[in-house]
Design a protein around this ligand. Sequence first.
Ligand code: SAM
Length: 284
Amino acid sequence: MSLDSRWFTEVVEQTGTAFSLKLGSRVHAERTPYQNIEIYRTETFGYLMVIDGCTMVSTRDNFLYHEMMSHPALNSHPDPRDVAIIGGGDCGTLREVLKHPEVRRAVQVEIDERVTRLAEQYFPELCASNADPRAQLHFGDGIAWMKNAPPESLDLVIIDSTDPVGPAEGLFGAKFYRDCLKALRPGGLLVQQSESPLLHQELISQIHYHLREAGFARTHLLHFPQPIYPSGWWSASLAQKSAQPLVERLEPDRLAALDTRYYNAAIHRAAFALPNFLRETLAA
Ligand code: SAM
């Protein structure tokens, strides 16, 4: 939604918030069978992808989200070999996952191929690992894919989806979480983008409740800055198939090799630190 042709503005009525970026111009717009996709060139954030009016990814600040949706979970698992990314069509999370040499297969299940094709055109830096022999790009509904995933075939599931509406709605419920649990090996982890810790506490509480209802042994909340999303403060919810304490694979040389711009050992630990006002949110 644009209030003034020189600005892109996302207005969120439910939370009474809005976010704007000064434009250049809108360089692409199309309606796919799943959603409306727009690409803007902005004055200070590079390109901006918008899906159904919601900001998705910008050239300037996507590293915060993609690094935090992948490295904390991967470094909390002793040996993550097989990874599934549900959604993630801009391929930024896939690129971060494939920085881990122990990962032998990363399958990305994106419902809308046009998101990836537009990312290849406007965010080629995010698609830099798409030709990695370990990468598998599958275009289809993540709900159906997970239902058919072989039991105990995955070590990590990353749910990098749009907000819980439209095609993504079913990715935020116990039925889908049970299918994820079945597909995970013992010790397996799930991490899901879970909206703003400030604006969406009710949703976060529901996500953690449904994860535990589906049979996950423990859940955690990760939080990090993400300027283009509502409130500028975002979260990911991490769930463990088994109750053993999370490992911390934070060896300096291994982290240095990940070549991250935000994530490091201190950020890893701080992201898991739960702000006081969220304690009852997760206890519900
Ligand atoms: N970082 C963004 C965020 O937090 O809103 C998400 C980025 S990525 C572009 C989100 C992707 O989820 C979209 O490309 C969308 O097509 C995909 N998606 C939504 N529902 C899906 C489903 N059921 N299966 C697979 N992909 C889905």
